[in-house]
Design a protein around this ligand. Structure first.
Ligand code: AMP
Length: 631
């Protein structure tokens, strides 16, 4: 195993693209074989495995029944409700069939959208699988999002049905979902006809709306024993929509195909995550994020593994909870975020060391930059190999990874997310000239030369133009996908991610849109103007700071500060709540009116604010400097 072997592997995946992916496609059961590996006749759109018919749910359940029917497919542990449950492949198959029959009864069929707004329960996984079984398109919305964000997503997806719960729990507190769902449905222009509600008995005051709301358990019980045939869909049929934030106020619906996604995920489990069927995979994320979609739900089950589904915090009841689960279930591979490890790092390493974690081979971390002390602490406390990997909601699986065929014994270089994964033909581009950056260590914007590999987004839901404009509009030729991340490349080909080139904020590995936060704050009647920026934070990577111009100076005080924070929580969810709110007299803008968020961010991080020659009013910066207490 060596770098040369890796280079040859990667070269084949890009230069002999069709042969390479044709081979990888054998990992999946095709109901009808594909006619062409790739159709790239309409750049920058790519269609993979054209003409092939398959079903994701068949590949995750039915095809494993003969060999693995009695093997656990899903093991659930909630440190919030103390619920524990293991389901074999056969049991999951039964649950999913019953739910699919129930959804069919309420009119859900091929191509219909279903919004899933659920906490981390096995029912969230069953719901996703029941949808793809029917050829329906799910759109999972993270349970931490507030009514306004949920309503926006409902209106864009126009779902036939929605699946939700009475409540979730976080840190021992009940988080009521139903009132929030009702609020979202009341304000939405395109609410679904039916809402299926999982009653976890957490909210005794929950009320159902007659005719619209249906009880999950009753509905499924009526269909126990049902057998719902898989709907065979063409490879490019959308499997799901997952909304993600950008720099505008409107989230983008990332549309994923079926065939390309199945093949890419199955290949990634072998090449990157180095797993085997029958082993247990523990991805500690949430089904509401892309990591949860790909590595809690789809990839482990496509590959005949056991997936461990966890509800709760990594430090509750204590910082040993994950590692006891690793011992109890013999977990071989784990995947989480650097933020989670930083939260654990505040605790005694004996929490990691006391349980027997000898089955664990590797810990994968993604979602935000991995700092060397965090990586070293995890690797020393656990005695496992810690592997960084870098990707985005849009790509669905890693773009870069320090684990790839040939790299097993290569030293892991601190701060590098690794080498390009199969099929990713990467370029570093100069932001202004639009030309490639070639010198080792020189900074550029990381771009992917189209066609994008299988599994990456096919388009923006309902808006091809936005897909082309947003992702392919920055560089000449229109065939370079911009990741909007800064990066450098070393002489031997390792990439280092340096942060976003746009104004997207990344809190604890979760992406937040600047405009969304600013729009929420501006809706407060006492706010005249606002700029939101992401500022470095020791634990969460970044935190949101809001710089507010109040309508009158008398209003600029603690009361408005609290109201601003509350407004963001209510409109977008707690995750977007600003950590600090500063009242300023002016905000730095260019003469053409563009907010210089990067300068604000630089000042907040005690850095040089950069080129200010385009600044319209130099006073604005003085006002900022005076009010930004740097601590
Ligand atoms: P999301 O689409 O929410 O997964 O966010 C994707 C963004 O998170 C990327 O564009 C990067 O800015 C950041 N990101 C993800 N993984 C890494 C990583 N391993 N290192 C550095 N940044 C990362």
């Amino acid at each position: 195993m060596s770098l040369d072997e890796y280079r040859e592997f990667h070269r084949r995946s890009v230069e002999e693209r069709e042969e390479f992916w044709e081979g990888e496609a054998r990992r999946i059961d095709w109901h009808r074989p594909f006619e062409r590996v790739l159709d790239y006749s309409e750049p920058p759109f790519s269609r993979w495995f054209v003409g092939g018919e398959l079903n994701l749910c068949h590949n995750m359940l039915d095809r494993h029944l003969e060999e693995r029917g009695e093997q656990d497919a899903l093991v659930y542990h909630s440190s919030e409700t103390e619920e524990k449950h293991a389901y074999t492949y056969r049991e999951v198959h039964r649950e999913v069939n019953a739910l699919a029959a129930a959804l069919r009864e309420i009119g859900v069929g091929k191509g219909d959208r279903v919004v899933i707004y659920l906490p981390m329960t096995p029912k969230a996984v069953f719901s996703m699988m029941a949808c793809v079984r029917l050829g329906a398109i799910h759109s999972v919305v993270f349970g931490g999002f507030a009514a306004g964000s949920l309503a926006k997503r409902i209106d864009d997806a126009r779902p036939k049905a929605m699946i939700t719960a009475d409540a979730g729990m976080r840190g021992g507190n009940v988080v009521r979902y139903k009132p929030l769902v009702d609020e979202a449905l009341n304000s939405a222009t395109h609410p679904p006809e039916h809402v299926v509600i999982l009653n976890r008995n957490l909210d005794r005051e929950m009320s159902l709306t007659e005719g619209r709301d249906l009880d999950y358990a009753q509905l499924v019980d009526r269909h126990r024993g049902a057998s719902v045939p898989c709907e065979w869909v063409e490879s490019s049929h959308p499997s799901y929509i997952l909304y993600t934030s950008g720099t505008t106020g409107t989230p983008k619906g990332v549309q994923r195909d079926t065939g390309g996604y199945a093949v890419a995920l199955a290949a990634s489990m072998d090449h990157i995550f180095d797993t085997q069927a029958g082993e247990t995979f523990f991805c500690a994320s949430d089904v509401g994020w892309v990591v949860g979609h790909s590595y809690i739900v789809y990839a482990p089950l496509l590959c005949g593994m056991t997936t461990l589904v966890y509800e709760g915090l990594p430090v509750r009841p204590d910082a040993g909870v994950w590692w006891r689960l690793v011992e109890e279930h013999g977990v071989s591979t784990m995947f989480t975020s650097p933020t989670a490890i930083r939260a654990l790092k505040k605790h005694d390493p004996r929490f990691m060391q006391e349980p027997d974690t000898s089955t664990l081979r590797k810990l994968f971390l993604a979602g935000e930059p991995l700092d060397e002390p965090t990586s070293r602490w995890a690797s020393e406390s656990l005695g496992v190999s810690v592997r960084d990997n870098y990707w985005q909601t849009e790509t669905g699986w890693p773009i870069l990874s320090s684990m790839n065929p040939g790299l097993e014994d290569e030293p892991v270089v601190a701060g590098s997310a690794g080498f390009p994964c199969a099929g990713y033909d990467l370029r570093l581009m100069h932001e202004e000239t639009g030309r490639p950056v070639t010198e080792p260590g020189e900074r550029g914007i990381l771009a992917i030369q189209a066609p994008l590999p299988p599994g990456c987004m096919s388009t923006v839901w309902g808006d091809d133009e936005r897909f082309v404009q947003t992702y392919f509009g920055d560089f000449p030729g229109g065939e370079l996908y911009s990741t909007f991340d800064w990066a450098t490349r070393s002489e031997d080909g390792r990439y280092f991610i340096m942060g976003r080139s746009d104004d997207v904020i990344n809190v604890a590995g979760h992406r937040l849109g600047t405009r969304e936060i600013e729009e929420a704050i501006s809706s407060h009647p006492d706010v005249a103007e606002v700029a939101a920026v992401g500022v470095k934070d020791e634990y969460k990577g970044q935190e949101v700071f809001a710089y507010v111009i109040a309508k009158t100076t008398e209003e600029a005080g603690p009361e408005l500060e609290e109201a601003v924070k509350r407004t963001v929580s209510q409109k977008l969810g707690k995750i977007a709540r600003p950590k600090r709110v500063f009242f300023v007299e002016a905000l730095p803008k260019t003469r053409s009116g563009k907010m210089l968020r990067r300068s604000i961010q630089a000042l907040a991080e005690s850095r040089d604010p950069g080129d200010l020659s385009t600044l319209e009013d130099p006073q604005a910066l003085e006002s900022l400097k005076a009010t930004t207490p740097i601590d």
